[in-house]
Design a binder for this molecule. Structure first.
Ligand code: SF4
Length: 193
C-alpha cells in the first residue's frame, strides 16, 4: 500500500477537496445519524472508514484524523508516531532512519501540504494522540462536533434576534420577525398576558 500512500501525497489537493465534500455530506446526515443513534452507526461507519483509509493512507484508525493538516500523509505510519514534525534522523533524500526503504512521513507531509489549499495547517501544533479514541470513526466524531457547533450558532443567532423583539416572541416564540407585524396578525390577547 506504500505506493498508494505516495499516490495520495501526489494528489493531496484532490483528496482535500473530496474530504471537504465528504464532511459536508456527513454533517448533513446528522439528523439521520441522531435519529438512528450515533452509537449504532459508529461500527459500520468505522469499518467503512477503516477500509477506505487503510487502502489509501495506511490508516491505523487512531480516531483523531489529521490528514488535512499533514498533507494527506498519516503520521501514525511514522515508526515513532511523531505528530509534530520529523525527528532528527531523517536520511538524505528524506528517508526514514528506522525504515530506510520508506520516505519519512513528515517529508511526504510537507510535499503533500504544498499541493493543498489548506496546506498552511501543517504549521499548527497538533495535540497528542488520545489513545482512548483508537478504533473509533474520525469521520463521525468530526461531523458530529461540527453539526453540534452549527446548531449552537443557529440557536444563538435565533435567540439574539428573539430577545431583541420581545413582542414578537410573545406572539410566536418560534419566530422573531425583523419588520413590524401587520395589525391583523397581532394577537392582542397574547400581548395583554
Ligand atoms: S491520522 Fe489517524 S485516522 Fe487519520 S489516517 Fe492516520 S491513523 Fe488513520
Amino acid at each position: 500500500m506504500y505506493r498508494l500512500r505516495l499516490f495520495a501525497i501526489r494528489h493531496a489537493g484532490s483528496f482535500e477537496w473530496i474530504y471537504q465534500r465528504l464532511e459536508s455530506v456527513m454533517v448533513a446526515l446528522d439528523p439521520v445519524f441522531s435519529r438512528i443513534g450515533y452509537n449504532r452507526v459508529e461500527r459500520p461507519v468505522a469499518l467503512l472508514e477503516s477500509g477506505i483509509k487503510g487502502v489509501l493512507f495506511d490508516c491505523k484508525m487512531c480516531g483523531q484524523c489529521v490528514l488535512s493538516s499533514t498533507g494527506m500523509s498519516c503520521p501514525m505510519n511514522c515508526p515513532k508516531e511523531l505528530r509534530n514534525g520529523p525527528c532528527g534522523g531523517v536520511r538524505p533524500g528524506g528517508y526514514c532512519e528506522v525504515k530506510p526503504w520508506m520516505k519519512c512521513v513528515w517529508s511526504l507531509a510537507w510535499d503533500g501540504s504544498t499541493r493543498m489549499k489548506g496546506g498552511h495547517k501543517i504549521r499548527e501544533v497538533l495535540p497528542p494522540v488520545d489513545r482512548s479514541l483508537k478504533g473509533s470513526s474520525s469521520w463521525l466524531r468530526v461531523s458530529r462536533e461540527k453539526a453540534a457547533k452549527l446548531r449552537e450558532a443557529h440557536e444563538a443567532s435565533r435567540t439574539a434576534v428573539a430577545q431583541a423583539f420581545p413582542e414578537a416572541r410573545a406572539i410566536e416564540p418560534a419566530a422573531a420577525p425583523l419588520a413590524d407585524e401587520p395589525a391583523s396578525a397581532v394577537n392582542r390577547e397574547v400581548l395583554k398576558k
